[in-house]
Design a protein around this ligand. Structure first.
Ligand SMILES: C[S@@+](CC[C@H](N)C(=O)[O-])C[C@H]1O[C@@H](n2cnc3c(N)ncnc32)[C@H](O)[C@@H]1O
Length: 279
């Protein structure tokens, strides 16, 4: 087992923000997670549960980047904006949008006729729905608090640049873990749905107890180094009793209601490498 020195989080020069609002997104946890990622030298990075990709967008881009999520709409969206010309086409349509309830209701009912319509629908609903949930979305945009349509173009261009050196997939996580290595040193960052998920409709594909067990089994066997973030509960501690479990806690955004929008969150960061803290 390798041992790495965990140092306080320093923002990478090429760091950017996820273009998406994402349920379970790790933006507010970067300070806690990134030290466990940046301490591991690697030339191949894999993120099997990408979602909004807070960690991928924040970290230094390496030679090989394999990004995956079972949610096809999300991966189709990333594939689309990865192409600079298509990204500009999307920005052009978004630049004339209003963020209001009427338009949200219209877009929600829209039957996309083209791929561009589909990614437009995904992105518009992500930015204007409660918690960014696009599965049966509810209006969730707060004027003066949520990012207005005028800012969306910059989010998309920055993300497009960051995605240039990546390979995108929409498969079950196990396929990503089993891919043979191309680089010399592979690092996995995994952020599966919580064991005790409180947002059942956040994702369209269910992640059941058997899936949590399957993930632990695969990770026990992997030859690659991994960093895994999870909700802190006895079941997760039992599944990973053979690995290193680090306690962390942070505040995260739950919704747009003023005064009650940040909730304390206790999580664990699990690794199959040893770490020594210099924090
Ligand atoms: C907690 S979210 C990831 C959030 C992400 N780390 C971020 O910062 O936005 C978990 C993700 O796992 C995806 N997922 C669920 N089941 C999956 C599976 N079997 N294989 C791959 N991805 C899956 C969901 O679609 C969801 O996007």
């Amino acid at each position: 087992m390798n041992k790495y020195i965990v140092e306080p989080y320093k923002k990478s020069k090429d760091a950017t923000k996820s273009p998406l609002r994402y349920p379970g997104g790790k933006f507010y946890a970067l300070k806690h997670i990134m030290p466990y990622i940046t301490c591991v030298p690697h030339d191949e990075f894999r993120e099997p549960f990408m979602g909004g990709g807070a960690v991928f967008f924040a970290k230094k881009t390496v030679a090989i980047n394999i990004l995956n999520d079972l949610e096809t709409d999300i991966i189709d969206f990333y594939e689309w904006i990865k192409n600079e010309k298509r990204c500009e086409d999307l920005i052009e349509i978004l630049s004339i949008q209003q963020a209001n309830r009427e338009r949200h209701a219209e877009v929600k009912c829209m039957e996309p006729a083209t791929d561009l319509d589909s990614v437009f629908k995904t992105y518009y609903l992500n930015r204007t729905s409660y918690c960014g949930i696009i599965n049966r979305p509810a209006w969730g945009y707060a004027e003066g608090k949520s990012s207005p349509p005028a800012n969306w173009g910059k989010f998309l261009r920055d993300a497009s640049t960051k995605l240039q050196n990546s390979d995108l997939y929409s498969m079950d996580f196990s396929e990503i873990l089993r891919m043979p290595a191309t680089g010399k040193h592979v690092l996995l960052y995994l952020d599966p749905p919580y064991y005790h998920a409180d947002q059942k409709r956040a994702y369209t594909k269910p992640f059941e107890i058997e899936d949590h067990i399957r993930l632990a089994r695969e990770l026990k066997q992997t030859k690659f180094e991994f960093c895994l973030s999870y909700d802190d509960c006895p079941e997760v501690r039992e599944l990973y009793h053979w690995a290193n479990i680090n306690d962390v806690s942070w505040l995260y955004n739950t919704d747009n209601k003023p005064g009650q929008n940040r909730k304390a969150c206790k999580e664990v960061i699990i690794t199959n490498y040893d770490t020594e803290k210099k924090i």
